[in-house]
Design a protein around this ligand. Structure first.
Ligand code: CA
Length: 232
């Protein structure tokens, strides 16, 4: 934290995808639900939201399966089916599916010369950004193919920072899941949590939404408060 206090100037923002830029969380849920129904595994939205948010697909499948033992080949087949359902759903995404405030923030960062990167566990991240019409804002996309250790390991954010040539302590991670907040902190970065304060309490700044908030507002809040956690 000493480094963070000494140099709060942020030169890169690394965004999570699901739940921050768009709500493919719901499409993930729908595709898991379809798989669970077909496999006759009891499952609902609450189970998904409590246990699977922020997990990569392999860990999410393990969570879904619980103590059911299946072979690695069967596991791959299930993951493939889930992904096929998901791809069908995200094919319909467009700019109207951007979460409130995100497009304005991207424009502001872009015109301010702040580097913009993605740090998402999703293996379809590039396709999603394309469908949403915002891929051109990104200097670098780190996704589920980029590093072996996914969140809460810091690797994906460190990889994104290195790829845009900005030191970790000058990066801000924007996350909606506890595992992602933990990953950003472990990377030695500033972390902005978007969502309920109780879920993201470890972040340096927590906002309920990005709607109506400008880059200068975010910077001011982080500058004034140092590394002390505040909420809004
Ligand atoms: Ca997320």
């Amino acid at each position: 934290m000493d480094t963070l206090e000494r140099d709060p100037h942020i030169a890169a923002v690394i965004f999570d995808l699901d739940g921050v830029i768009t709500n493919t969380v719901y499409f993930h849920y729908l595709s898991w639900q379809q798989l669970a129904d077909e496999e006759r595994i009891p499952f609902d939205k609450r189970t998904h939201d409590l246990g699977m948010l922020g997990l990569n697909r392999e860990d999410a499948l393990c969570y879904l399966l619980g103590d059911r033992n299946i072979s690695p080949i069967q596991q791959q087949r299930l993951l493939q089916r889930k992904n096929d359902y998901y791809l069908e759903l995200i094919n319909e995404l467009n700019s109207e599916d951007l979460l409130p405030g995100i497009e304005n923030l991207l424009i502001e960062l872009y015109t301010s010369g702040v580097k913009i990167a993605l740090g998402s566990s999703s293996k379809n991240a590039e396709l999603v950004l394309q469908r949403l019409g915002i891929k051109h804002f990104f200097n670098f996309i780190a996704d589920g193919h980029s590093v072996p250790n996914l969140k809460p390991a810091p690797d994906i954010f460190l990889y994104a920072a290195e790829s845009v040539a900005i030191a970790p302590h000058r990066c801000l991670v924007v996350e909606d899941a506890p595992a992602g907040v933990a990953a950003g902190l472990a990377a030695g970065m500033w972390v902005l949590g978007v969502g309920p304060d109780d879920r993201l309490a470890q972040a340096h700044l927590v906002l309920a939404t990005l709607a109506g908030i400008g880059w200068t507002d975010i910077l001011a809040k982080i500058d004034y408060c140092g590394h002390a956690k505040i909420s809004d």
